[in-house]
Design a protein around this ligand. Structure first.
Ligand code: FNR
Length: 192
C-alpha cells in the first residue's frame, strides 16, 4: 500500500501563504508515489482548550476529526506561519486538544515541518518552537525543516520561482518519505 501523508496548513486565513506552500508540498508528496491528504486547520474548528469543556463534553468534534485524519496517515507534514517568533496559538491549541486523546495520534509518527513568511527569516523560529510539543508527544520530527522566506514573491503558479530552491524542497520531501517508507517496512516486519 502507498504511504499516506497528512499535509496540514496551520493558517486559518483563506489567502494563506502556508496553504499555498502546503499545496506544493502535497504535490511533491504525490510525485513520490505516496498519497497526500491535504487539509487546513480551518477545516477542524475547535474551541480554546478548557478542562471544564473537556470534562463536560469530551473532545470537541473538530479535534476528534483531526485525530481521525492523523490516525489514518503514516506520517504528516505541517506548514505553519510563525507568530511573534513562535507557534501560532491556533496550532498550539489544536496540538493541546489532540494530546488529550488516547492512543496519542502524534506518538511515533514522523513529521516534516515547513513554514512560509513574507519576511527574510521565513518563519524558522516558529518551527523550532513547534518541535517542542511535538517531540514531547513522541513525534519524530525530521531534522531538516524548510522555511520559505519572501514567500509572497517565491510562491508563483503553485511552485517556487527559484528553481534551485524548488529542487531542494523536492529533495527534502523525498528524503523524508524514504525514511518514512523504511520505517513503515520495518514496522510491518516486526508485526509478522
Ligand atoms: C506575523 N508575521 C510574522 N512573520 C515572521 O516571519 N515572524 C514573526 O514573528 C511574525 N509574527 C507575526 C505575528 C502575528 C500576530 C501575525 C498576524 C503575523 C507575519 C506572517 O508571517 C504573515 O502574516 C504570514 O502571511 C502568515 O502566514 P499565512 O497566513 O500567509 O500562511
Amino acid at each position: 500500500a502507498p504511504i499516506r501523508v497528512l499535509v496540514l496548513s496551520a493558517s486559518l486565513r483563506a489567502d494563506s501563504l502556508n496553504t499555498r506552500l502546503a499545496a506544493l508540498l502535497a504535490r511533491l508528496v504525490e510525485g513520490t508515489g505516496a498519497v497526500a491528504d491535504a487539509v487546513r486547520l480551518a477545516d477542524f474548528p475547535m474551541p480554546l482548550y478548557d478542562g471544564d469543556v473537556e470534562a463536560a463534553e469530551g473532545i470537541p468534534p473538530g479535534a476528534r476529526a483531526l485525530c481521525e485524519r492523523l490516525d489514518a496517515c503514516d506520517a504528516f507534514v505541517i506548514s505553519s506561519p510563525e507568530y511573534n517568533a513562535s507557534v501560532p496559538g491556533v496550532l498550539k491549541n489544536a496540538v493541546d486538544w489532540v494530546s488529550r486523546v488516547r492512543p496519542q495520534p502524534f506518538k511515533d509518527k514522523q513529521a516534516l515541518l515547513a513554514s512560509a513568511s513574507p519576511s527574510m527569516v521565513g518563519g524558522n523560529r516558529g518551527l523550532w518552537a513547534l518541535r517542542v510539543p511535538l517531540e514531547h508527544l513522541g513525534t519524530r520530527v525530521y531534522p531538516d525543516m524548510f522555511s520559505l522566506a519572501k514567500a509572497h514573491e517565491m510562491l508563483q503558479d503553485g511552485q517556487l520561482s527559484d528553481p534551485g530552491l524548488q529542487d531542494r524542497l523536492g529533495e527534502t520531501v523525498s528524503s523524508f518519505l524514504s525514511l518514512v517508507e523504511a520505517d513503515t517496512r520495518y514496522v510491518c516486519l516486526q508485526r509478522r
